[in-house]
Design a protein around this ligand. Structure first.
Ligand code: C2E
Ligand code: MG
Ligand code: MG
Ligand code: MG
Length: 291
């Protein structure tokens, strides 16, 4: 925002195009080093089954604590990282951190899976499945404890390339989920062709379902559609008790959202799991965790 006052230029707080460009440029040039220096971390958000509220898994969500720009959320830097061809580095890092976490749980006798978000670019890399197999082996994690979340646009960008890779990942026993379902050009025919196990209803519909009958109808249809195709249905963006109760009544299988927990850093997630288990069972952590 620019204005002139007495011939002198006054600048507002909205960054100029040049500043935005510079920031993106800095982000991509600094990304690898940021990982090495520990500025990039993975937060985890629990997913619980309905109605039992058992903790089935967590979704891995990347964060960047930038020394100059402060905390960056993925929407602010993942697109730049993708455009710079660095998504392999990002996914590799998140996957490794996530599997280290799952391995620790396994060693404690806990069966909790982790969901990692993939980018379109991962689905264009023919060597991606082999890389995944290598990391699973490295940590001795069974493929069914790993979920990959992909968006429809990610698959539809280049289905010729993406489909064989998805089939390979699915064939390995990795769970596949369609993320943000309902926002793209979703169609029944398209969902039926994908080798997926799970559909995640986009949070915009879940957030709106309490006040908007249209959103409620969309949520209800996705639950029915998913079930008719034999898929598990996950609702993201569950912030209110009412929404959770409605989802439960519709038969939605899994809930994720601020009502259950925000995405948490690793140590806080551990504390969260401990507290929930202690409260529900009065015993030590066991394979079944209940809210
Ligand atoms: P997503 O995969 O759809 O993740 C869900 C987003 O919704 C997360 O935002 C999460 O913090 C937020 N969320 C969860 N529960 C609630 C709720 O109850 N209310 C509201 N309002 N929001 C909720 P986040 O962490 O900012 O991530 C944004 C997007 O960035 C993700 O959307 C995903 O597409 C992408 N992303 C995150 N981590 C990674 C990653 O490691 N790799 C790639 N390629 N993309 C990532
Ligand atoms: Mg996701
Ligand atoms: Mg989503
Ligand atoms: Mg999203």
């Amino acid at each position: 925002v620019r204005a002139t006052r007495g011939g002198e230029e006054v600048r507002g707080y909205v960054p100029s195009m040049g500043q935005i460009f510079l920031r993106r440029f800095q982000m991509v040039t600094q990304f690898r080093q940021a990982i090495e220096e520990g500025q990039v971390s993975v937060h985890y958000q629990p997913k619980v089954s309905l109605p039992s509220k058992q903790v089935l898994g967590v979704e891995a969500l990347v964060r960047w604590q930038h020394p100059e720009f402060g905390r960056l959320d993925p929407d602010e830097f993942v697109p730049a990282v993708e455009a710079a061809g660095l998504v392999g580095v990002l996914t590799g890092f998140v996957l490794e951190q996530s599997l280290i976490r799952v391995r620790k749980w396994m060693d404690e006798g806990l069966r909790i899976s982790v969901a990692v978000n993939l980018s379109v670019r991962n689905l264009a890399d023919e060597d991606f499945p082999a890389k995944v197999v290598e990391v699973l082996r490295k940590f001795g994690v069974p493929p069914e404890l790993l979920t990959f979340e992909l968006t429809e646009s990610g698959v539809m960008a280049d289905p010729q390339k993406a489909l064989p890779i998805l089939r390979e990942l699915h064939g390995l026993g990795i769970v596949l989920a369609v993320d943000d379902f309902g926002t793209g050009y979703s169609s029944l025919a398209y969902l039926r062709q994908l080798p997926v196990d799970e559909v995640k209803i986009d949070k915009s519909f879940v957030l709106g379902m309490g006040t908007d009958l249209g959103d409620l109808a969309v949520v209800r249809s996705i639950v029915e559609l998913g079930h008719s195709l034999g898929l598990a249905v996950v609702a993201e963006g569950v912030e209110e008790d009412v929404a959770r109760d409605q989802l439960e009544a519709m038969g939605c299988d899994v809930a994720q959202g601020y009502l259950i927990s925000r995405p948490l850093a690793e140590d806080r997630l551990e504390a969260w799991l401990q507290a929930r288990t202690a409260r529900s069972t009065g015993r030590k952590m066991e394979t079944v965790l209940t809210l």
